[in-house]
Design a binder for this molecule. Sequence first.
Ligand code: SF4
Length: 218
Amino acid sequence: MDLEKLQTALEELRQPAYRFKQIKLAVYRDLKDGFGSIDNIPLTLRNELDHRMPFNELVLRTERRSVDGSVKAVFGTLDDAAIESVLIPYGDGTRTVCVSTEAGCQLNCSFCATGHLGFKRVLTQLEIVEQVLYFARDLKSKGERVTNVVFMGEGEPFLNYDNVKNAILLLNDKDGFNLGQRRISVSTSGGLSALRPRTGRSTWLSRYMLPSTVCVPS
Ligand code: SF4
């Protein structure tokens, strides 16, 4: 859910200030799947918000579940781009979601099928976070939770730096999804170096480090 749109809608509807946090917690901590299921706000407000703004920016198109418990989902964006995400369960109880950061990819690594498919656009903060929320809701129904997120799907995360950083901050937000920074890993093909000219040599890496673990190929 777009929290800026939510704030604006609540102000226009002259709602008390506490409503914002109430709804944010319902979405990102309690993992509600629609305005209709946020049952601690008035029904009239649920209906009004439903009318004013989308709850989700992604729509599930297909899903494949494997016998080992892994799940591959294809989502459609509001402008009809397709993106893939995967849930990978491990025997130790770890539940890792692998997210995409672009529809397609700006790079074209020789070994990668995504690269050969071309590039449509970068994904927004919400489109990245909603991939995680989808699996989190699914796991919650089984009494489980997402324990790790890896930025290792379609796209080079450092070529979509601002949206990736904001997605990590939202996943890490203590008043929301509250996933620890050490549980979030960003894998780069080397796109990190593309940012180098934007700042001085000595500061470029520290400036662009993300609040997460960054895996850079040697
Ligand atoms: S950066 Fe990643 S998604 Fe893009 S072409 Fe290379 S391996 Fe594939």
